[in-house]
Ligand binder design. Structure first.
Ligand code: ADP
Ligand code: MG
Length: 918
C-alpha cells in the first residue's frame, strides 16, 4: 500500500499540480500521496518536513544581533562621544581619547547586551504562541505543533480554529470560514468539499479550499494540506503580517518623550556651564569636553533599554505563573486594572462536571458516581441516550473516566455510561447525519441521527418503542441546552413512556424545578427529542421546534479553592471581580456567593441588558457583579460602559465570538486550555491554566514591575541631577571644573547601567496588593517623584561639592579635592541604590542579599572606585589622587548621610501609613 503511494508521489512530483480546487478531493489526496481516513505515516511526514521546511512565515521584522548593534552605534550620544574621541586625539590628548573610546565601547556593549536580552525574551514569548493542530497520522488523530504540518497531512478543523496552512477540503459539516485576512471580506463564507467546474476562480470563490490565517467560525471538517509556510497564499503577502506586536508601550513612549525634553534641557545647561567656565577663563578645549560630558550626564540614554528589559523580564516572570503575555504593553496595563471580568465555568470553577441528578417529568433520579446500574425505563434511558449522542465529547477508553471535549458534555456521557449505555455502539446504531452545533447565543445543540433498520440491540430499545408510537422511523433529532430557552421549543412531553401534550402548568413546574436547582448552584441542561422526516433534514432553522420534552440533567462544578483567595485579594487591592456567564442567573449567583464575589442576590441577564436604555446601562452596569445568560455580544456592552466610567477592564473569553470583546478590553484574556485559536490571537494575555487566580497573580506582577520602573527612574535621574548640581555649583563657589569629563563619563557608565537593571529584579513591595490600582493616566513622575528626584539630586550634589570645597578651601593644599568630589558622588549613589529598593521599608528591615545582582553591582562599583583612586596607572588616566583614610571616612560619612535622610523619609511615610506614595 505505502509503496504504491510512494510511486504515485514520485510520478507526480515532477509535474506541476493543477490548482487543487478544480480537482476532485480524491485526486488531490492522490497527488499528495495520502489517504483520507489514515493520513501520512510519521516517517513520511518527517521526510516531507525536511523537504518543505517548517510551516511558518518567515518574519521580516526580527532584529538580528547586527541590527541591534548598529542601532546602538547610531545613537546620537555615541556619535557625540566619538567626536570627542577624535578631537581629543587631534589635540594630542591621547589618554583622554583612549579612555573615552573605551567608555564608548563599554557603553555600546552594555546597551547591546540589554537590548539583546530584551529581544530574546520577546522571541521566547512569541515561540510559545504557536498553536497546536489536530491531524491524522498513522491512522489516528494526533496533536502536533502547527509548525510541523506538511503537504499531504489530513487536518481536522473545527469552529474556533485559525486555519494553519492552505488545504483542500475533503469533508465539510456546516463549515463557515471568515477570510478577512486574505480577502478583506468580514462575512463568513460557506465551504464545501466538492470539485469546482472550470478554472477561473478568485481566492474568495474557491469554496472547497481553506487558507492559512483565516478563521473557522462554524462547523467542522477534514482537509488535506496543499501548501505550507511561505508557499501559502498568506505567505505570498506576508509583508502584511505581524505576530506578537513589538509596538512601543505607552510607558516607553512617555520615556522617549522625557529623553527628548531632557536633551533640550541639556543644551541649555551646556551653554550655562560654558558661560561659567568662560568667565573663569577656561580654554575652549576644556569647555568643549565639559559640554560633551554634561550632555552625557544629563540625558538618561540607558533608560529606554532598561525599561524594555524590565517589561520583558516581567513577562517572563508572568509566564512562570502561567500567564503568557502577547503584548508587552499588557505588562504595564495589568498594574492599572480596576475591574476583572471573568467567565465562570472553568475559570472560577474547576470545570470538573458531574451529573448529580436527573429530573424526569414524574420523578427525580439521583446519581451516585459509585453506583453503576443498567436502566430499563424508557424515559430515563431516552434522556440519557440524548445526552450521550447529542454530544461531541468522547470517552477515552484507554483510562477509565478520561474524556476528551467539553466537560459539560463529558459529564453527560459519563452519566449515560453509568446507566449502561455504550457510546460506540450507539454511534454505529444511530449514526449522526446532521447537526446544529452549540453556540453561546442559542445556548443549545441539536443532532439528527438516522434510525436503525433493525432494533436487535437492547440499547436502542427506547428509540424503537417510541418510533412505533410516533409513527415515524426515518430520523431522530436530539436536543440539549439551557432549559429556559429549550422549553419554548417543546410542544409535547414524555411521561412514563407516553407522549402527552405539554400544558402551561407543566411548563411552569419545569421552570420552577429549573430555578430551584439553579439556586443551589447546579448547572442545568434540558433535553428533548423528536422524529423528523427526510424533507425536514435540510431545514435546520426548524429543528428546535415542536420538540418532545424529556427532562432536566443537573450537574455540579465545584469552585476552584484558589479562586476564593484570589477574589479576596482582588477586593483588598481595590479591583472589582465580575462574573460573566452564559449559565442560569441563579446558578451564577450561588457560585458567586460561594466565591465571596458578591453578598447580594443582584444580577443582570443578557436580556435585561438588551432592554435597558443607555442611561440605565450606565447606571446599573458599574455596580453589578454577576452577569448571567450573557452572549459574547453583551460583553462588548459591559466593556463599553465600564470604560466610559474610566475603569481599566480585563475580560476573559474563549470562543470565536469573544474575539471582539477581547480586543476592546484593556486586557483581553484568553484561555490556554479550552480557548479557541481565534480568542488566543485576539488576546493580550493567555492563561495557560485557565485559572482566575492567574489573572490576579499577573496583576500583582504588573504592579511590581511598574514600581520597579519608578525605582530605577528615580535612581538614574537622581544621580544625573547630582552630577549636574556639582557641575553648576562648583564654578559658582570658585572651584574650577569639579569633575573632569572622564570622571563624569565614568560615573555615568557605572551608575546608569547595571544597578538600574538590578532594580528591575526587585521583589514586590510588602503591601503591593493593599493599595488601589495605579492611575493609568498618571505620568511617571506622579505622586511627588519628580520633586523627590530633584531634592535628593540636589542633596547628593551639594554633599559632593561641599566635600571637595572643604579641601580646596582650607589651605591644606591637597590636590585631591576633585577626587573627593568624584568619590563622594559615587559613594552617595551606591548608598542610594540600596535605599531605593523599597519604598517604605527601612534599609535595615530587608535582606541585602535578596537582590544579589544589585549588591554585586554596588560592590563592584566600590571596588573599581578604590582601584581608580589607589592604583597609580589609573591615577594617571582619571587624574585622581590617593585619598588619605580621613578623606575616605568623610566620603563614607556622606553615604551614611544619604542613608539617614532616606530612612527619615521612609519613617515619615510609614507613620502616615501612606502606602500609595512612593
Ligand atoms: P458558561 O461557560 O459561562 O458557563 P456557556 O455559554 O458554556 O456558559 O453555557 C450557557 C448555557 O448553555 C449553559 O447554562 C447550558 O445550559 C448550555 N450549554 C452549555 N454547554 C452546552 C452544550 N455543550 N450543549 C448544549 N447546551 C450547553
Ligand atoms: Mg462554557
Amino acid at each position: 500500500m505505502t509503496m504504491e503511494i510512494g510511486v504515485v508521489f514520485t510520478n507526480m512530483r515532477g509535474k506541476p499540480m493543477q490548482e487543487p480546487h478544480i480537482l476532485t478531493a480524491e485526486n488531490v489526496l492522490k497527488h499528495h500521496a495520502t489517504i483520507a481516513g489514515q493520513g501520512l505515516s510519521g516517517a513520511e511526514a518527517a521526510q516531507r518536513l525536511d523537504t518543505h521546511g517548517p510551516n511558518e512565515l518567515v518574519e521580516k521584522g526580527r532584529k538580528s544581533a547586527w541590527r541591534i548593534l548598529l542601532a546602538q552605534v547610531k545613537e546620537v550620544m555615541i556619535l557625540i562621544l566619538l567626536a570627542a574621541v577624535f578631537i581629543s586625539a587631534a589635540l594630542q590628548e591621547y589618554i583622554d581619547a583612549i579612555v573615552i573610546f573605551i567608555i564608548v565601547v563599554l557603553n555600546t556593549l552594555l546597551g547591546f547586551w540589554q537590548e539583546f536580552k530584551a529581544e530574546n525574551a520577546m522571541a521566547a514569548l512569541k515561540k510559545m504562541t504557536v498553536p497546536n493542530v489536530r491531524v491524522l497520522r498513522d491512522g489516528s488523530e494526533q496533536q502536533i505543533s502547527a509548525k510541523d504540518l506538511v503537504p499531504g497531512d489530513i487536518l481536522l478543523i473545527e469552529s474556533g480554529n485559525v486555519v494553519p496552512a492552505d488545504a483542500r477540503l475533503i469533508e465539510a459539516v456546516n463549515l463557515k470560514v471568515q477570510e478577512a485576512a486574505l480577502t478583506g471580506e468580514s462575512e463568513s463564507v460557506d465551504k464545501h468539499s466538492h470539485r469546482l467546474e472550470g478554472d477561473d476562480y478568485a481566492l474568495a470563490d474557491r469554496k472547497n479550499m481553506i487558507y492559512m490565517g483565516t478563521v473557522v467560525t462554524y462547523g467542522r471538517g477534514y482537509a488535506v494540506v496543499t501548501n505550507t509556510g511561505m508557499h501559502t497564499e498568506l505567505g505570498k503577502i506576508a509583508t502584511l503580517l505581524h505576530g506578537v506586536e513589538d509596538e512601543k508601550t505607552p510607558l516607553q513612549r512617555r520615556l522617549a518623550r522625557l529623553g527628548r525634553s531632557l536633551a533640550m534641557a541639556a543644551v541649555v545647561l551646556i551653554f550655562v556651564v560654558a558661560g561659567l567656565m568662560y568667565m573663569q577663563g577656561a580654554g575652549w578645549k576644556m569647555m568643549f569636553m565639559t559640554a560633551i560630558s554634561m550632555a552625557v550626564a544629563a540625558i538618561p540614554e540607558g533608560l529606554p533599554a532598561v525599561v524594555t528589559i524590565a517589561l520583558a523580564l516581567g513577562a517572563q516572570q508572568m509566564l512562570k505563573k502561567n500567564a503568557l503575555i502577547r503584548q508587552l504593553a499588557a505588562v504595564e496595563t495589568l498594574g492599572s486594572v480596576t475591574v476583572i471580568c471573568s467567565d465562570k465555568t472553568g475559570t472560577l470553577t474547576q470545570n470538573k462536571m458531574s451529573v448529580t441528578q436527573v429530573v424526569l417529568p414524574d420523578r427525580r433520579v439521583t446519581f451516585d458516581p459509585a453506583v453503576v446500574g443498567h436502566t430499563q425505563d424508557i424515559d430515563l434511558s431516552l434522556l440519557l441516550l440524548t445526552g450521550m449522542l447529542c454530544n461531541d465529547a468522547v470517552i477515552n477508553d484507554g483510562n477509565g473516566h478520561d474524556i476528551l471535549g467539553d466537560p459539560t458534555e463529558g459529564a453527560l456521557v459519563i452519566a449515560a455510561r453509568q446507566a449502561g449505555l455504550v457510546q460506540t455502539d450507539l454511534n454505529t446504531l444511530l449514526p449522526r447525519v446532521r447537526e446544529l452545533p452549540f453556540d453561546s447565543e442559542r445556548k443549545r445543540m441539536s443532532t439528527v441521527h438516522a434510525m436503525p433498520v433493525s432494533f436487535d440491540k437492547a440499547s436502542a430499545y427506547p428509540v424503537s418503542a417510541l418510533s412505533e408510537q410516533d409513527g415515524h422511523t426515518d430520523h431522530i433529532l436530539l436536543t440539549k441546552g439551557a432549559a429556559d430557552g429549550l422549553i419554548d421549543g417543546c410542544g409535547r412531553i414524555l411521561i412514563n413512556g407516553k407522549i402527552e401534550l405539554l400544558d402551561d402548568k407543566q411548563k411552569n413546574a419545569i421552570l420552577a424545578e429549573n430555578t430551584a436547582m439553579a439556586e443551589n448552584g447546579i448547572r442545568v441542561l434540558g433535553l428533548a427529542y423528536r422524529f423528523v422526516d427526510e424533507d425536514e433534514l435540510d431545514r435546520p432553522k426548524r429543528y428546535e421546534q415542536n420538540l418532545v420534552y424529556l427532562g432536566l440533567a443537573g450537574m455540579i462544578d465545584p469552585v476552584r479553592p484558589e479562586a476564593v483567595e484570589a477574589v479576596r485579594l482582588c477586593k483588598q487591592a481595590g479591583i472589582r471581580p465580575v462574573m460573566i456567564t452564559g449559565d442560569h442567573p441563579l446558578t451564577a449567583v450561588a457560585i458567586a456567593r460561594q466565591l465571596g464575589l458578591t453578598d447580594t442576590d443582584t444580577f443582570l441577564t443578557g436580556q435585561d441588558l438588551e432592554k435597558m436604555t443607555e442611561e440605565e446601562l450606565a447606571a446599573r452596569i458599574p455596580e453589578i457583579s454577576v452577569f448571567a445568560r450573557v452572549s459574547p455580544s453583551h460583553k462588548m456592552v459591559i466593556i463599553d460602559v465600564l470604560q466610559e466610567h474610566h475603569e481599566i477592564v480585563s475580560m476573559t473569553g474563549d470562543g470565536v465570538n469573544d474575539a471582539p470583546a477581547l480586543k476592546s478590553a484593556d486586557i483581553g484574556v484568553a484561555m490556554g486550555i479550552t480557548g479557541t485559536d481565534v480568542s488566543k490571537e485576539a488576546s493580550d494575555m493567555i492563561l495557560l491554566d485557565d485559572n482566575f487566580a492567574t489573572i490576579v497573580a499577573a496583576v500583582k506582577e504588573g504592579r511590581r514591575i511598574y514600581d520597579n520602573i519608578r525605582k530605577f527612574v528615580r535612581y538614574i535621574l537622581t544621580g544625573n541631577t547630582g552630577e549636574i548640581v556639582v557641575m553648576l555649583t562648583g564654578p559658582l563657589l570658585g572651584m574650577p571644573l569639579p569633575l573632569l569629563p572622564i570622571q563624569i563619563l565614568w560615573i555615568n557608565l557605572v551608575t546608569d547601567g547595571i544597578p538600574a537593571i538590578a532594580l528591575g529584579y526587585e521583589e514586590p513591595e510588602q503591601k503591593i496588593m493593599d493599595r488601589p490600582p495605579l492611575d493609568p493616566k498618571e505620568g511617571i513622575f506622579a505622586r511627588g517623584l519628580g520633586w523627590q528626584i530633584i531634592m535628593m539630586g540636589v542633596i547628593v550634589g551639594l554633599i559632593s561639592v561641599g566635600a571637595g570645597y572643604g579641601f580646596w578651601n582650607n589651605g591644606t593644599g591637597s590636590p585631591a579635592w576633585q577626587t573627593m568630589v568624584f568619590t563622594m558622588l559615587t559613594f552617595c549613589q551606591m548608598a542610594y541604590a540600596l535605599c531605593v529598593r523599597k519604598q517604605h521599608q527601612s534599609l535595615f528591615s530587608y535582606s541585602w542579599f535578596s537582590n544579589p545582582m544589585l549588591l554585586a553591582a554596588v560592590g563592584v562599583t566600590l571596588i573599581l572606585q578604590m582601584i581608580i583612586i589607589y592604583v597609580p596607572f589609573f591615577n594617571l588616566v582619571f587624574r585622581t589622587f590617593p585619598l588619605r583614610w580621613e578623606e575616605l571616612a568623610v566620603c563614607t560619612a556622606g553615604a551614611v548621610a544619604i542613608i539617614l535622610i532616606t530612612e527619615i523619609k521612609k519613617l515619615f511615610l510609614r507613620k502616615n501609613q501612606n502606602f500609595v506614595t512612593v
